[in-house]
Design a protein. Structure first.
Ligand SMILES: Cc1cc2nc3c(=O)[nH]c(=O)nc-3n(C[C@H](O)[C@H](O)[C@H](O)COP(=O)(O)OP(=O)(O)OC[C@H]3O[C@@H](n4cnc5c(N)ncnc54)[C@H](O)[C@@H]3O)c2cc1C
Length: 535
């Protein structure tokens, strides 16, 4: 027998809001201060040992596909662990799936997005897999409104705060969730290659085809893309046909994923599955892109949350663990590592909450609308891409304990890459920033003017602004030798100072990538500059 010494206590029963000054400040500065008490209560609830335990159980007991019943009849249902359902009940009960929408499915007034983003950030620190259908339900509304009749019919069920896991037609349920199916075997980015075909069937259409990834398959309906006579079109596919019979969705398998294990991601075939059209024929991408903008934002929030949780675990451990007669956190080199991660994490929190404010103001303010258009892909790219390296850095702070499954770090680490891959992978985000600039050059310029003014005091900001201005005025300008030294200096500034104003950093990084500048360094915020980068 021996006495267990020098181990850090479990990181549970934490006040996620009260203990997170950067989050509180970011909420307050972006107009959410009056919700502080409600957010504090939410933060205490999600920080309990009980919620951490639900997250563990939901991930250690992944969902199972039930394709057939014992007599060979098709079931096509997925069975989740009760912990998953508890997490869903909490998140839907708190309105994470709908709180930025009014009863008429119009955008709710500010600070709806800021407050939701803060809640989403705290929730994702504990468990991200169940947030997949929560995110998709929230975002799907933006696309559904293209078809007012369908949207109005579904609105009360979408907005309901009752999570109802029963496999029933949506009309019979207290509340519903929505998913999305775009990716097919031959293409996820290039969805115009979709081969699923939609044929008219009375009031709706029937789709025959497949999807290679369709997550959260127990959602009550899915926004899917398929080829109609007029071209690629967006449809809403319910799990049950209007006559109450089970719709033609045949699940083939669930993906065996690196992480994101509490969430099910299916491969599915459609056999004349009934759908309603959403938006005009041939405008499928246009219609569904409104949804994707919001899911991309949630990817960035979730990645920032993974980083925050990893950092919190690292700080907690190093404040308790003693090495050479001193707490780890008091060793100068460890302090530097923690400080560096803290800067990155605080920058991410500031960045996502400022973007949430833009979503709040966008309906009445074209400049803020332009900011969401330009910055959502840039922020998704930068935050999601940076997360895996930062989570790994935090893991190392825990030493061997960090590498062991019972600590939360391995789960965070496995989860981190997915946000960069789905909803538009890295390169695609960078090209989207370029596209936003090319199609709305004037608006992009005004966004940059605003950011330049906000960041004017920061060292190096003017150089970063001039780099981005060059990109806005000419896509070729960045390749000229005259620009390189200035760009390089701006990049140095990025490493040292940009965390105070991540918008510039996110835009610079995505533009550099999109414009195929030579990759001289990794995408990690903490990666050192190479000498020849310094200009
Ligand atoms: C866990 C998980 C769950 C998912 N759930 C869903 C879901 O519910 N619904 C759904 O529809 N999809 C889902 N997906 C699919 C996901 O959205 C796609 O995997 C993603 O969009 C990329 O598509 P792809 O896999 O076909 O890769 P590809 O499109 O083949 O892309 C491969 C790589 O090439 C890059 N690339 C693409 N175009 C260019 C270009 N022009 N220039 C340079 N580089 C380029 C991309 O950035 C990417 O890195 C899920 C994926 C995962 C991993």
């Amino acid at each position: 027998m021996h006495e267990v010494l020098n181990q850090s206590p479990p990181y549970v029963d934490v006040d996620f809001y009260g203990s997170d000054r950067p989050l509180r400040d970011a909420v307050a500065v972006n107009g959410g201060g009056r919700e502080a008490a409600a957010l504090a209560e939410f933060g205490r609830r999600w920080g309990t040992a009980q919620m951490f335990e639900l997250a563990r159980a939901a991930n250690e007991n992944p969902p199972k596909l039930r394709t057939f019943d014992p007599r060979g009849f098709r079931l096509d249902t997925v069975e989740f662990h009760p912990a998953y359902h508890r997490l869903m009940t909490e998140s839907i009960g708190a309105g994470l799936h709908a709180s930025t929408w009014t009863t008429a499915l119009r955008p709710a007034s500010a600070p709806a997005h800021v407050v939701r983003a803060a809640r989403f950030y705290m929730t994702a620190q504990v468990e991200t897999g169940h947030l997949c259908p929560v995110t998709m339900t929230h975002a799907a509304v933006a696309a559904l409104t293209a078809e007012a009749d369908v949207a109005q019919k579904l609105a009360p069920k979408i907005l309901s705060r009752d999570y109802d896991a029963r496999f029933l037609p949506w009309l019979e349920k207290k509340g519903i969730t929505l998913g999305m199916g775009m990716t097919e075997k031959q293409g996820g980015t290039d969805v115009r290659t979709n081969t699923s075909r939609a044929e008219r069937r009375g009031d709706g259409y029937g789709i025959t085809g497949h999807k290679w990834f369709m997550s959260a398959p127990m959602c009550d309906a899915f926004l899917v893309l398929a080829q109609a006579q007029g071209g690629l079109t967006c449809f809403l596919m319910p799990r049950f046909r209007p006559d109450g019979t089970i719709n033609g969705l045949h699940f083939q398998r669930l993906k065996d994923k690196l992480g994101n294990r509490s969430n099910a991601s299916s491969e599915v075939e459609f056999l004349d599955a009934f759908v309603w059209r959403v938006g005009e024929e041939g405008r499928g991408v246009r219609t569904i892109i409104n949804m994707v903008q919001l899911t991309r934002f949630d990817c960035a929030i979730a990645s920032a949350a993974l980083v925050r949780m990893a950092l919190a675990q690292a700080i907690h451990h190093t404040r308790h663990r003693t090495v050479f007669q001193k707490h780890l956190a008091d060793h100068p080199l460890m302090r530097r590592v923690l400080a560096d991660m803290s800067l990155a994490s605080e920058g991410m929190a500031a960045l996502i909450m400022r973007l949430a404010r833009s979503f709040d103001l966008a309906p009445d303010d074209p400049r803020e609308a332009a900011r969401t258009r330009l910055l959502t892909p840039a922020v998704k790219y930068w935050v999601c891409k940076s997360a895996p390296a930062l989570v790994y850095e935090a893991m190392e702070c825990l030493g061997g304990n960090g590498y062991v499954e019972e600590s939360v770090l391995p789960r965070l680490y496995r989860e981190a890459p997915v946000n960069a891959i789905w909803e538009g992978s890295g390169n695609v985000m960078c090209l989207d920033v370029l596209r936003a600039i090319a199609t709305e050059r004037g608006a992009a310029s005004s966004v940059l003017d605003d950011i330049a003014q906000e960041a004017a005091e920061l060292p190096g900001a003017s150089e970063a602004v001039s780099f981005i201005r060059t990109a806005i005025s000419s896509a070729d300008g960045l390749h000229s030798s005259r620009q390189r030294p200035r760009c390089a200096r701006a990049r140095l500034w990025l490493h040292n100072c940009s965390r105070g104003h991540g918008s510039l950093g996110a835009m610079m990084r995505s533009l550099e990538q999109a414009m195929s500048r030579p990759r001289t360094q990794s995408c990690s915020l903490t990666a050192p500059c190479r000498r020849d980068d310094l200009g």
